[in-house]
Design a protein around this ligand. Structure first.
Ligand SMILES: [Zn+2]
Length: 696
């Protein structure tokens, strides 16, 4: 990183107000917000811009149909976008609307520059020409003949006939900028990613670029062309220019000079469907006008749902309001960024959403935070424990020093490197990798709790310093995870800071270093972070636009710590995919180490309810009491046991398996059983054992 602060502009496209927001808008805006937050966290100077595109014939038509004025329509839809961004915790620096006067004046300034501009070969960059072709009023665009469906010259997108139209328009001489565009893009002075998008654009240039018209007759709702007031400036000049007009291009204002003209990076996040306009038209227009061009553009992938294209006509949509209301903004942001690399197409399924929420947020992160804080509450009076500093002054016994040093080396030492690594992935616009990296750390911290057994240390006064050193590092780990997750999950990060006694606030650059917690400071109160949800009990995020049911009525269990019971819900080992309790064959071949066995958490579980799963011969749904919590488990024993006969039995449960879904029912653990002639025989106890008792 350079010594001086990098200055950058990050933008989303401005969204057209012909309709309410859809999930693609939310996806881009979440990504831009996350990148902006990550850069702010890294101490950079960022301007994050989004807004709405409000002109054009479509808006005239829709407003007429609704019986309101164009401006009233724009006000309503634009407000819907802003209110959605509020729900998603989007923190933009500026929300531009193309009906603002400062935009109009900026567009006219750009137009003036274009009118006076010459191409590299000395011709006018803008000229009057005759445009004729098949025009679709819905698309507000001319269609290529081969695109139209016959008979009737029907627009394939709108199922309506196009009109043969001839008009005199202003044209931008894009063809004269071919060489300049190719060189700019090939050299990465305009860095287009993913690479597939860069190649796509270079392919388009290779085929030859056509001039395009930049004004339209017959449209009133827009910015009139000064030389031809019955025409308006078309979308390429009107909408794209928001990226500079929002910053104060019209008046050469400070934000424009600082962030755009004088900035280090001008970055557009865009959908892959608008990549040509952003990567060819827009840079060429700016270059012709003598204005600095974008330096980086990233095309995001498309989302499908349940394997099918999103479509309003078929009702296969993901309502972004329902999505954010379902499990809250952090969960929605986390899911869309974690589920797939940002540039790739991916498929949304409701079960993947809930599954990731339960596994990554409720289990991995939620449990880590809750266990760390609960132990400090219990063993350290709710105050940040003493940090252990290596050196001659330490009173720790030699064995203790070895343990702590080994722990420090394995888990805590690379923490500084972690921050750089995760921030680097954000910077690559690779959110999924950033989160994968971070969550591998969450897993390591959870694993460290199992290995260190702080509840055992707590019983031995001679190991007090060791206990405190461990818990201090654990709290620091939790703090750093919150800091690095904050660009994606600002709300959870702030709540974790509150629990750590740092006050609910967004982490900043000063929080990146290891060891910021002051020993002796009291923690805040522990609040549930991500309560588990039942996959089946919740509706899918409204495909019909109806308000979704509020997230998670169940409170996350706070983990009580007792002398006999370690904090429950340990980390889920990475390797083991959950399975039904179908009898499994004994492992053959290599023997395992005791440490391998220690990864499996076996507990006594008392069956409190049992019910055969409809449609399955073998599967039964059990509710089991683990002392500190109740779990739902699916077991493949229905052919050997009547459901009612199971209630009251105490069985052996693999308690730290990742959740799995069987016949659509979630299972959180595995009941152990032998197999006799293919029929299950349950493992039980020889004498009364309390629910939750560890089996080893
Ligand atoms: Zn159309």
């Amino acid at each position: 990183m350079s010594t001086s602060k990098r200055v950058s502009v990050i933008t989303t496209p401005i969204y057209y107000v012909n309709d309410v927001p859809h999930v693609g808008h939310a996806y881009t805006t979440i990504a831009a917000d996350t990148l902006a937050r990550a850069r702010r966290l890294g101490g950079e100077d960022v301007f994050f811009l989004t807004g709405t595109d409000e002109h054009g014939q479509n808006i005239e038509r829709i407003a007429r149909e609704r019986g309101i004025s164009e401006q009233e329509h724009c006000d309503l839809i634009s407000a819907a976008f802003r209110s959605l961004w509020e729900r998603y915790d989007i923190r933009y620096d500026r929300f531009i609307r193309t009906t603002e006067d400062v935009h109009r004046r900026g567009v006219l300034k750009l137009w003036g520059l274009l009118r006076g501009a010459k191409t590299p070969d000395g011709r006018d960059a803008v000229y009057l020409g005759k445009y004729s072709g098949w025009y679709c009023p819905r698309c507000e665009g001319f269609k290529d003949e081969e695109e139209l469906r016959q008979p009737g010259n029907v627009c394939p997108d709108h199922e309506r006939p196009c009109e043969w139209t001839e008009e005199e328009n202003f044209f931008f001489r894009l063809s004269a900028y071919e060489a300049w565009l190719r060189e700019t893009i090939e050299s990465d002075r305009l860095r287009i990613r993913p690479d597939s998008r860069k190649n796509e654009i270079l392919g388009v240039i290779k085929q030859g670029l056509k001039d395009f018209s930049v004004s339209r007759a017959r449209v009133k709702w827009g910015i009139p062309v000064p030389e031809q007031p019955d025409h308006v400036l078309y979308v390429w000049v009107d909408a794209l220019s928001n990226y500079v007009t929002a910053l104060g291009f019209a008046d050469d204002a400070e934000p424009y000079r600082h962030y755009w003209a004088g900035g280090d990076e001008r970055l557009h996040l865009i959908g892959k469907d608008i990549i040509r306009f952003h990567c060819l038209y827009w840079p060429a227009i700016l270059h012709a006008a003598g204005v600095p061009v974008p330096t980086r553009e990233f095309g995001q992938g498309f989302i499908t749902r349940d394997g099918r294209k999103l479509s309003k006509t078929t009702g296969n949509v993901i309502d972004p309001v329902a999505l954010v209301e379902r499990l809250g903004p952090d969960a929605a942001r986390y899911f869309v960024l974690r589920e797939a690399p940002y540039g790739a197409d991916w498929d949304f399924t409701d079960s993947a959403f809930v599954g990731r929420y339960n596994a990554d947020l409720a289990n991995d992160l939620g449990n880590l935070v809750s266990r760390a804080l609960t132990m400090v509450l219990r063993y350290c009076d709710g105050r940040v424990p003493a940090r252990w500093e290596p050196g001659p002054a330490t009173a720790l016994a030699p064995a203790t020093v070895d343990f702590t040093r080994a722990f420090a080396a394995s888990v805590c030492a690379p923490a500084d490197g972690l921050a750089a690594k995760v921030l680097g992935r954000y910077e690559d616009i690779d959110f999924s990798s950033a989160l994968t990296e971070l969550w591998s750390w969450v897993g390591q911290f959870n694993q460290a709790i199992v290995q260190a057994e702080p509840w055992t240390l707590a019983k031995d006064p001679a190991r007090r310093a060791e206990l405190e050193a461990f818990l201090y590092r654990l709290l620091e780990g939790v703090r750093l995870v919150a800091v690095l997750a904050s660009p994606v999950m600002p709300r959870a990060a702030s709540r974790i800071f509150g629990m750590l006694g740092l006050g609910e606030r967004e982490p900043g650059p000063d929080d990146l270093a290891w060891g910021r917690l002051e020993p002796g400071r009291p923690l805040g109160s522990i609040v549930p972070l991500f309560p588990r949800v039942d996959r089946d009990a919740e509706p899918t995020p409204g495909s019909d636009g109806t308000p979704a049911v509020k997230a998670a009525s169940k409170k996350q269990k706070e983990t009580p710590v007792s002398e006999t019971t370690p904090p429950p819900a340990p980390p889920r080992p990475e390797a083991a995919p959950a399975a039904a309790a179908a009898p499994s064959t004994a492992p053959t071949g290599d023997r395992i180490d005791i440490a391998d066995f220690a990864k499996v958490e076996l507990r006594a579980a008392k069956v409190t309810a049992a019910e055969k799963i409809a449609g399955s011969k073998k599967l039964v749904r059990l509710q089991v009491d683990l002392g500190s919590e109740t779990r739902q488990v699916v077991a493949g024993i229905a052919d050997a046991y009547e459901a009612e006969a199971l209630v009251g039995k105490t069985v052996v449960l693999v308690a730290n398996l990742k959740p799995a879904k069987l016949m659509g029912v979630e299972s959180n653990g595995m009941v152990l059983a032998g197999s006799v002639d293919g029929k299950a025989v349950l493992c039980t106890f020889d004498a009364e054992v309390a629910p939750g008792t560890k089996v080893k």
